[in-house]
Ligand binder design. Structure first.
Ligand SMILES: Nc1ncnc2c1ncn2[C@@H]1O[C@H](COP(=O)(O)OP(=O)(O)O)[C@@H](O)[C@H]1O
Ligand SMILES: [Mg+2]
Length: 389
């Protein structure tokens, strides 16, 4: 069948037609939002998991929920230093702030807008963040991210609280924030929650994110609701394949479905990639057969190898590939850094820079001290296949 009619959505952050198996997380978020709107204590949600499990898509869905409820919302992707964070936050908040600016707005909102236009005064020399409305002058920012963010969060959340709404900031790849920014965010969330202000930070990142946050501020465990997401349970994975197809009046035969479910291990990205390849392999017009699934899985795996896995492999230097290769002895891991060093007849310390570069490139992460794992499921098998070829 034609790729153009395929109801599957392989690709980073590409929303699937059916977001399957994430009802618990979405219900948690909806109740959090309602608590915040009614002046109750509410904690932001932090989603963590390997690449391709659907974190970005889930964060986007959470964002939609609060956008519908007229919250002030900003989404950003981590990377860079505290100054980058400040600039990105300003840029991403600006459209929401602009739409709040009305000549007859209340004094709290007026103050929040004024604080916002000062927030980034150093990097906003051209004065792009203006509202065409006279605002009362507020004190200049201190230049300290934590202090300035606290002022902004407080003024903005107080103004939104008056309107029965709140402020939500969504940060993807949150494990990549630098320590200054993480510590500042935690401190601000902490203070806002003590005053039950509707100011939420929600994050998504690798499984190392909870550890990274607790290293930034020891009390961070209490600041967020942490949720690990991973492969979908079998019924949810089935729905992810069957429901989008039935919208197109196409059905899956049982053994075809079992073949793609088995080959994808329930990982959302793999389901989409193998689902799409199977769709294209099937002559149709209304049934996907076992034979189609076998062809589709072979083609889909090839696409994963030359796209998803190879792009990661090619990002690594020769020394880094050697490191990744000896990790593969532990399957999908995690591996002990000590074992990796032993296999290479090196000291763990001398491999520190290689390990750090692989982490910076997003290829591995440290689930806990002294351990290391691939950021994508199936990497060990891919490396074994590379070695054979
Ligand atoms: N709950 C889900 N059900 C079905 N497919 C999903 C689900 N969540 C994500 N996907 C698909 O998985 C792929 C990866 O999603 P993404 O959000 O980019 O993952 P991550 O951010 O964890 O790397 C995309 O192709 C997306 O369409
Ligand atoms: Mg993502």
């Amino acid at each position: 069948m034609d790729r153009a009619t395929s109801p599957y959505s392989p690709g980073a952050g590409v929303p699937p037609l059916v977001i399957s198996g994430r009802d618990d997380e979405l219900d948690l978020w909806r109740s959090t939002v309602r608590r915040a709107e009614t002046g109750r204590h509410a904690r932001g949600v932090v989603i963590h998991g390997l690449r391709g499990v659907g974190k970005t898509v889930l964060l986007g869905k959470m964002r939609e929920e609060v956008e519908r409820r007229d919250w002030v919302v900003a989404s950003l992707e981590a990377g860079g230093d505290a100054a980058d964070f400040r600039r990105q936050l300003g840029d991403r908040l600006y459209p929401a702030m602009r739409s709040l600016a009305k000549p007859n707005m209340g004094s709290r909102l007026r103050r929040a807008l004024s604080t916002f236009s000062m927030f980034n005064v150093e990097v906003d020399a051209e004065g792009t963040w203006k509202f065409g409305i006279d605002l009362d002058p507020t004190p200049p920012p201190s230049g300290n991210l934590e202090l300035d963010l606290l002022t902004l969060a407080t003024d903005l959340a107080e103004a939104m609280k008056d309107q029965g709404a709140g402020v939500a900031i969504f940060i993807d790849e949150m494990q990549d924030l630098d320590n200054t920014t993480l510590a500042a965010l935690c401190a601000v969330v902490h203070q806002a929650s003590q005053r039950t202000l509707p100011f939420m930070i929600c994050g998504a990142g690798l499984p190392s994110l909870p550890r990274v946050l607790s290293e930034a501020k020891s009390y961070s465990e209490r600041l967020f609701e942490y949720r690990a997401i991973g492969a979908l349970a079998r019924t949810d994975a089935s729905r992810a394949l069957v429901d989008p197809a039935s919208d197109e009046r196409v059905s899956w035969e049982d053994d075809a479905l079992a073949t793609v479910l088995g080959a994808s291990n329930g990982y959302p990205f793999f389901l989409q990639e193998l689902g799409q390849a199977t769709w294209e392999a099937a002559p149709g017009p209304s049934t996907i057969t076992f034979g189609d699934a076998r062809v589709g899985v072979a083609e889909g795996r090839h696409r994963l190898d030359v796209g998803f896995f190879l792009s990661r492999w090619e990002r690594a230097t020769q020394a880094e590939r050697t490191y990744l290769t000896v990790m593969a002895e532990d399957g999908d891991g995690p591996s002990l850094t000590k074992d990796v060093a032993d296999r290479l007849s090196r000291s763990p310390a001398s491999l520190g820079p290689t390990r750090a570069n692989l982490i910076a490139k997003g290829l591995i992460f440290a689930p806990e001290h002294g351990r290391i794992a691939y950021t994508v499921p199936g990497m060990a098998d891919f490396i074994r296949r590379q070695k054979r070829n």
